[in-house]
Write a protein that binds this ligand. Structure first.
Ligand code: IMP
Length: 454
C-alpha cells in the first residue's frame, strides 16, 4: 500500500468552504482571508481567470484571478484543483506580479487534470459573443425575443470547458509536459476549430500551430514543477488531519446547472463543484460559508429582478465601488433579493452566512428587500429554473427602516445602529442561517465574527 492510499482512509479532516450566494463579487476574497489562517491549504475548484478576488493583507490590496488567496499566507499551500480551467500565460503573469511584490509563490500546486485555456478558446469566446450580439439586435429589430450575448469576460472559459466535455482535443495541464500528446491534441483541436473560427470571423483565424506548440512547451517548462496530482496531494493532507479551505469562484446564480441559464458561467460555482473539481468528498467539508452582499450586483447580461437603474443604484455603485476586478466593467446594482439568496443557500447547504458591504447601505431612510416574486398574478418564494422565467418575475418588497450613521467603525454586533441590526436579523430569519460574519468595510478589522465579537 502506498502512503497516499493509506492516508485516504484515515481521519476525516475539518475542512471549510467559501461560496458566493449571488452573481459573483460577493466579497469571497475577504471571507477566505479571514478563514485561511485556520487552514493548511486554500483550494480553487472551479472557474478560471474570469474570477477576481481582492484581498487586503497587511494594508496591501492584491487582485487575484487564478491563484487561490492562500498564496498570500507564508507556509500555506495554494492549490488549483482539476475543476479549474487554467490560462497558463495569465497564471505566469499573476505569479510574476506577486513575486515582484515579495510574495513567496512556492506553495502553489496545479492539478495535472486541470484543463488549459488556449488562445483559440479566447478567440472563440469573443466571436460567439459577437455572433450573439448581432443575433439579438436582429431579433429585437424583428420584434422577437432574442437570446442576447452572455456578457462573458471573454477569457475563453466557456469554450475551454466545452472542449473538456468534448474530449479528445481537450488539453490538460499535464499534457504541457508531454510534447507528443500535446502536439497531437493541438493538431486535432486545429482541425476542429479552424473551420469554426473561419466561419465565425469571416476570415482565416490567426493561429500559428508551430508557434502555439512552442509557447505551450515554454509555459510547461515554467509551470512544470507546480503541476502534480493534486487529488492525492489533498488526500494525503486529509489523512494527516490537516484542514483545507475550498474557495468558490464566481457565484451560485452563475452556476451552469443551478444558475440563471443561459446567462451563467460554464462551471459549478457552488459547493457541488468541490468533489468534482478537487476529488475531495463532500463529507470532509464541515462548514460552508455562504457569502452575500447586503444588496445585489451582476456583471454581464441576464435578469436581475431587483435592479436599480436610478440615482439609488448609482449611489450604491459608487459607495460599494462596484466596478469589476477582472474587466473593470461597472456592475449592475439592485436591492437585496432574498428569494435568490434562500435558493442559493439551499443549493449549497450553507451552514453560516457572511454578509458583506453592509456599510454601503448607510444613509438610506428605507431599505427594500425582495422577499417573494409575483409571477402571472400569483406570489411565490421559489427561484425559477432559468433566465426567461426570472425575467418575467416582479419583486414583492418588504421595506425596513434604514440607518443614517456610518458603521465602518462598528466591531460588535451590538454596536450596530438599530436599522442595520434589524436588517441582519431579517436576513438570518428569512434564510434560516446565522450570520457568522458581518463585514462593514474592506479591511480585515472591519469585521464582526459570531462568537468572537459579541
Ligand atoms: P464567463 O465566465 O467569462 O463565461 O462569463 C459568463 C458570465 O459570468 C458573465 O455574465 C460574466 O460577467 C459572469 N462572471 C464570470 N465570472 C464572474 C465573477 O467572478 N464575478 C462576476 N461575474 C462573473
Amino acid at each position: 500500500m502506498t502512503p497516499s492510499t493509506r492516508a485516504t482512509t484515515s481521519r476525516p479532516a475539518n475542512c471549510s468552504a467559501v461560496v458566493g450566494l449571488q452573481w459573483g463579487d460577493e466579497g469571497k476574497g475577504k471571507a477566505v482571508d479571514l478563514l485561511a489562517a485556520r487552514h493548511d491549504a486554500v483550494v480553487r475548484y472551479n472557474g478560471g481567470a474570469n474570477a477576481g478576488h481582492s484581498v487586503v493583507v497587511g494594508g496591501t490590496r492584491y487582485a487575484l484571478h487564478l491563484i487561490p488567496s492562500g498564496i498570500l499566507y507564508p507556509g500555506k499551500r495554494a492549490i488549483i484543483g482539476n475543476g479549474v480551467v487554467v490560462d497558463p500565460w495569465k497564471l505566469i503573469e499573476e505569479l510574476d506580479g506577486l513575486a515582484s511584490r515579495g510574495v513567496d509563490t512556492r506553495g502553489l500546486m496545479i492539478s495535472d487534470r486541470a484543463h488549459v485555456v488556449l488562445p483559440y478558446h479566447k478567440l472563440e469566446d469573443g466571436l460567439r459573443e459577437d455572433l450573439l450580439k448581432g443575433g439579438a439586435a436582429k431579433a429585437h429589430a424583428e420584434g422577437v425575443a432574442g437570446i442576447s450575448e452572455i456578457g462573458t469576460t471573454r477569457r475563453g472559459i466557456g469554450p475551454a470547458y466545452a472542449d473538456k466535455v468534448q474530449r479528445a482535443s481537450g488539453v490538460r495541464m499535464g499534457d504541457l509536459l508531454r510534447p507528443g500528446v500535446l502536439a497531437e491534441k493541438l493538431e486535432l483541436a486545429m482541425a476542429i476549430k479552424r473551420p469554426l473560427l473561419r466561419e465565425l470571423a469571416g476570415k482565416q483565424p490567426d493561429i500559428d500551430l508551430p508557434r502555439l506548440r512552442e509557447a505551450c512547451a515554454q509555459v510547461g517548462t515554467r509551470l512544470g514543477p507546480m503541476i502534480t496530482d493534486t487529488t492525492y496531494l489533498l488526500h494525503d493532507m486529509l489523512g494527516e488531519g490537516r484542514p483545507i479551505l475550498f474557495e468558490g469562484a464566481n457565484g451560485t446564480l452563475l452556476d451552469v446547472d443551478h444558475g440563471t441559464y443561459p446567462y451563467v458561467t460554464a462551471s459549478n460555482c457552488g459547493s457541488a463543484g468541490i468533489p468534482s473539481g478537487t476529488g475531495v468528498p463532500m463529507a470532509n467539508v464541515l462548514r460552508i460559508l455562504g457569502v452575500m452582499k447586503a444588496y445585489s450586483t451582476r456583471v454581464g447580461t441576464g435578469p436581475l429582478p431587483t435592479e436599480l437603474k436610478d440615482a439609488t443604484g448609482d449611489r450604491i455603485r459608487e459607495r460599494g465601488r462596484e466596478f469589476g476586478t477582472t474587466t473593470g466593467r461597472p456592475r449592475r446594482v439592485g436591492w437585496l433579493d432574498l428569494v435568490a439568496v434562500r435558493y442559493s443557500s439551499m443549493i449549497n447547504g450553507v451552514t453560516g452566512l457572511a454578509i458583506t458591504l453592509l456599510d454601503v447601505l448607510a444613509g438610506f431612510d428605507e431599505l427594500r428587500i425582495c422577499t417573494a416574486y409575483k409571477v402571472n398574478g400569483s406570489v411565490t418564494d421559489r427561484f425559477p429554473p432559468d433566465a426567461i422565467d426570472l425575467a418575467a418575475v416582479e419583486p414583492v418588497w418588504t421595506t425596513l427602516p434604514g440607518f443614517g450613521e456610518e458603521i465602518g467603525r462598528c466591531r460588535r454586533r451590538q454596536d450596530l445602529p438599530d436599522g442595520a441590526r434589524r436588517y441582519v436579523e431579517f436576513v438570518e430569519e428569512r434564510v434560516g442561517v446565522p450570520a457568522d460574519i458581518i463585514s462593514v468595510g474592506p479591511d480585515r478589522e472591519q469585521t464582526m465574527v459570531r462568537g468572537e465579537s459579541e
